[in-house]
Design a protein around this ligand. Sequence first.
Ligand SMILES: Cc1ncc(COP(=O)(O)O)c(C=O)c1O
Length: 407
Amino acid sequence: MSDLALTKDKLSEIKERSAKYLLGNYAPYDVAFKYGAGELLFDTNNKQYIDCLCGVAVTNLGHSDADIIDVVHKQADMLFHTSNWFYSDEASLLAEALITNSFPGKVFFCNSGTEANEAAFKLVRKYAISRDKHNPVMLSLKQSFHGRTVASMGMTGQEKIREGYGDLLPGFEYVEVNNEESLEEAFERNNGNIAGVILELVIGEGGIIPLTQSFVNLARKLTQENDALLIFDEIQTGMGRTGKLFACEHYGIIPDAMTLGKALGSGFPIGALIVSKPFSGVLGPGSHGSTFGGNHLAAAVAYETLRILISREIVENVPALSEFAFTRLRLLKTKYPIIKDVRGMGLHIGVDFTIPSKSIAVECLQEGLVVNSTADTVIRIMPPLNIGIERLDEALQIFEKVVIKHS
Ligand SMILES: Cc1ncc(COP(=O)(O)O)c(C=O)c1O
């Protein structure tokens, strides 16, 4: 039997086993990746792909970075895990680095984005109750996505995410994206009970929609006036994705707390809640916790990720790559009327079509380009932040080839 036949059988075998043993809550594309190098991925058939999804904004440094591998090896040799009942050099160094590069405050570590948002929700509730707001309301945006656990699902504005789960926790309300009247009206209607507002500065899963400066300014003003907390969910926008280390730097606004996940650990699971100084005493001893949160291995990898992003000036290169991509994509928009809009910030890019985008994502994959379809009609393009311009050009050529077929 040829090597090719062997590897083809491998995919069938993986698919069969997955169908039999994995819960069917995902609908995977017809590919199993085997290894990665930089911006490239290779499947079980050794076919090469350009990765413009980055595991959904996770592998911002690309795959198999030598320094990341080195830290994993060194830390694994030393110690994986002890417990948050003991001090940790790695967690304290990571917390210091995050604070030095964001705003004064303190950090809580967990294992995922949704857990970071759960922690933010608990912070908001605990502060509200301490201020005698006994029916606290959490505001978020209609197209938002904040995760899959119960409070994060409650904060998620997209109804399809909450569908079929019956009544969740009380106290969630949703306002129109970038609609200042809707935001003001929610504060008025709730008459002093708004406890927090959580925002993705660029809506991700909901279709790559950047928030306007004036909307974010208003959220800052209203939360301050109402003794409510402003939370930025930077799980997808953080770690350089938008061309600044954190998207809030574009807006010049410091939140009361910020949540991180995804690219923080370059693919090693870790999440974080950064709480600004005035609120950093709210979650005191015993009020919240996590067994794995920020363990030695996760914290060491995340610390190295941050070190690489800063020392290699990777974020500084994002604006030039972004300009190249947006210029090319806007040109495609003028050529092909099926492209309705090109939006985003940095290398957090959405191309909105007049047709469902799923088949475009599938065909891109067949042509060797990994992107994904979100919000029904949007293709999300999120290459590694250190991709070369030639490779980005190659990726966009594949994308155009697929767009032409649908035009
Ligand atoms: C903005 C945002 N918040 C939260 C989450 C949830 O993160 P996780 O899947 O790590 O729980 C995501 C995941 O896509 C996200 O994009």
